[in-house]
Ligand binder design. Sequence first.
Ligand SMILES: [Zn+2]
Length: 170
Amino acid sequence: MYDGKHLKGATGTAGEIGHIIVDSGGRLCGCGGHGCLEAYASRSAIEKKILGSMKKGHKSIIAESIKDSGVIRSSDLADALDAGDEIVLNAITEASEYLSSGLASVINFYNPELIILGGGLMEAIDFFYDLTVKKTFAKALAVPAEKTKIVKTQLKDFSGIIGAAMLHQG
Ligand SMILES: [Zn+2]
């Protein structure tokens, strides 16, 4: 928070935006709570949404990737989007909707100078990053948002959930 350091909070968990509640009484989260951002905008949430749609009989070219490698890679999702796959488009758009709500809340409340978005999905899928940034600024209050920059990491070492760090530069 000061001198470019991360905000730590009383228990060292401040800055963990994964458990911002974006849907009161919503989906069960790994933390035991309901409606946390992580239950909507994480990689596993996106995969669950895609697999759920396919189970209901909707066709997705992701089925081929799963057949070939047994997993859904970020690059598979990027390829599916490029091919105009609607199931993947819907899942990514929904995740972006929730993620941008969480980020807009962070901007309104905390007014950070910099938000860094990371994670394999964020890095592999420009559409996800671009849409999320656009939606975030559309939702955030204009005055704090004017001072906030959102950038993408190139670190490749975030696992699982979409990483986000908020910094105040001293
Ligand atoms: Zn949670």
